[in-house]
Design a binder for this molecule. Sequence first.
Ligand code: SF4
Length: 301
Amino acid sequence: MQINPKYRLFCSWYGWHGYQPVCGISNVSILERFQICRNQNSTFAKQPFIYADSRRSDQECGKSTVPYPGNDRKNAASTQRRKSMSRPMSKTAIEEFFQRLSDADPEPKGELDYTNPYTLLVAVALSAQATDVGVNKATKKLFQIVETPQDMLDLGEEALIEHIKTIGLYRGKAKNVMAAARILVEKHGGIVPNDQDALEELPGVGRKTANVVRNIAWGEHTMAVDTHIFRLGNRTGMANGKNVLAVEKGLLKKVPSRFMNHAHHWLILHGRYICKARKPRCGDCIVNDLCNYKDKTPAEA
Ligand code: SF4
């Protein structure tokens, strides 16, 4: 059988194997495919080179649509993601995981300084894309004169900027802090509400910040997933998820309730100091035997 030279060229660009899913048929030679399409009375066999758009050829052949090459790339990415996910941790392993973290540090503390729920809210909002150490430096003097939303309004935006100008994105953050203080005074009587939706309505306060504040200030069983917890959930297999919300939901479901009060702090501290992003310290990790991460780092000699 003669194959149109243009078609031969087209196939050589995309690779014979890469082109095969075009008709939803795999593991057949290009000549067999040619024959199959001809038998199906498809114009594909008559003018193959016009089918640069694989979706059209799929319709022609009456097969399921397997768009190419975009779909192949998507499939490859999702396969890769599945492969990089760790085997789910068992219930017993999760229980033991938190028991060990609890034994090592029964009363874990966050590293942001604050004096009450309002200053906690301000500190957490300021800490976005900044270090806790940097925020503490900036708020040290601020929290000596500001304790309530009304104090913040009395201070004013320009004076606030003077206090926090060492923190990244300080102008936008100052604007949000002032707007939030105004809402707290006008709508909530100057009190920080223990309510997820009410908190998320405040400018500069997202789901994570609201979760942190509710967990630390009132001991609510929330799970604020930051970069450390997201990594840890996926690496250990405790809560695999493509995004922070999926990991948050997974952890809320799987962490035993008796550990929920401190789980957020234990995970953050473990992620920050042991299960580091680039090179986890698996050799020093007290939960090494429970973790399902496939690429654990060997212990340093
Ligand atoms: S064993 Fe390694 S990957 Fe697993 S939690 Fe510990 S530090 Fe992280």
